[in-house]
Ligand binder design. Structure first.
Ligand code: PBG
Length: 327
């Protein structure tokens, strides 16, 4: 049957019906909000390139977590801005680390929160690279030493999930091993498996004070031109024991999300990164786009591509819109 008997618009004339046949529904349960924690008390330092986002000291971070939960978003992803940095990122490998202290403090005050801890060295090294430098480049196996120690101390502080974002080979296996050896076999690993060397991280590097002081990240993060390679990264991480695999950024990589979901029988996360967020905010401020509408369209497209979990700075705004829609 074809037109005029078949009319595809028939399914679009009524709002209730349109909702009934909607193929993709974003839920607040899918969302994780990234937050930045810094030293001090009463510190709320705006991140100029990411309107509405701040570096927060632990006391105010706790308040932010409470507000986030009240909005319906139950999970946060923590990044730390430490007091001091060193060559290797050792400052992030002990119980006194900024994120470790933040986790302990949050868990003391808030019961129903799920804390994902990002694991990487770039916020903690003087040079801003994601690991230990040997001969002008990040040394893979030496970096595994700090990554595993950082992961263990984060788990000891009470992190619910470990999320390595460094792109070293073998880090998932190494982290799994140290967690299991220390009784943390229940803690999942969400691996940033297909993380691209992307210009979309620009605002984050201001937020986390983590821009590399020399060179770039092209020897460890992936070439944006590749998606077969992303499948190999994901396959490797799954073999090493990753529980969730991530594609990052999200918007320019919807095809990679789609492939990941279709080729592997596993939960897929997508990171709607800082640059994607800031572009929407900037155009919204200029009234060039309807910010909320575009935000929902983007999040829906990431979900439609196949992401189960979406990490996004829009999380609380989305939760509020979903609430209005359901009211
Ligand atoms: C650190 C890290 C980065 C992001 C998350 N973890 C930046 C980078 O690799 O330079 C980016 C997140 C964002 O842009 O929102 N390894």
């Amino acid at each position: 049957m074809n037109y005029p008997e078949k009319r595809l618009r028939r399914m679009r004339y009524n709002t209730i019906l349109r909702n009934m046949v909607s193929e993709t529904k974003v839920s607040v349960d899918d969302l994780i909000l990234p937050l930045f924690v810094c030293p001090g008390i009463g510190v709320k330092k705006p991140i100029s390139s990411m309107p509405g986002n701040y570096q927060l000291s632990i006391d105010l971070l706790i308040e932010e977590c409470k507000k986030t939960i009240a909005a319906g978003v139950k999970s946060v992803l923590l990044f730390g801005i430490p007091e001091t940095k060193d060559e290797h990122g050792h400052v992030a490998c002990n119980a006194d680390g900024i994120v470790q202290k933040a986790i302990v403090a949050i868990k003391k005050e808030i019961e129903d929160i799920y804390i994902v801890a990002d694991v990487c060295n770039c916020e903690y090294t003087t040079h801003g690279h994601c690991g230990t430098i040997v001969d002008g480049d990040v040394d893979n196996d030496l970096t595994l030493e700090t990554l595993t120690l950082q992961s263990l101390t984060l788990a000891q502080a009470g992190a619910d999930m470990i999320a390595p974002s460094d792109m070293m080979d073998g880090r998932v296996a190494a982290i799994r091993e140290i967690l299991d050896d220390n009784g943390f076999e229940k803690i999942p690993i969400m691996s940033y498996s297909a993380k691209y060397a992307s210009g979309f991280y620009g605002p984050f590097r201001e937020a986390a004070e983590s821009a590399p002081k020399f060179g770039n990240r092209n020897t460890y993060q992936m070439n944006p031109a590749n998606s077969d390679e992303a499948m190999r990264e994901i396959e490797q991480d799954l073999m090493e024991g990753a529980d969730i695999v991530m594609v990052k950024p999200a918007l320019s990589y919807l095809d990679v999300i789609y492939r990941a979901k279709n080729e592997f029988n596993t939960p897929v996360a997508a990171y709607n990164v800082s640059g994607e967020f800031s572009m929407v905010k900037a155009a919204g401020e200029k009234d060039w786009i309807d910010e909320k509408r575009v935000m929902m369209e983007i999040i829906t497209s990431i979900k439609r591509a196949g992401a189960d979990i979406i990490i996004t700075y829009h999380a609380v705004d989305i939760a509020n819109i979903l609430k209005e829609q359901n009211a």
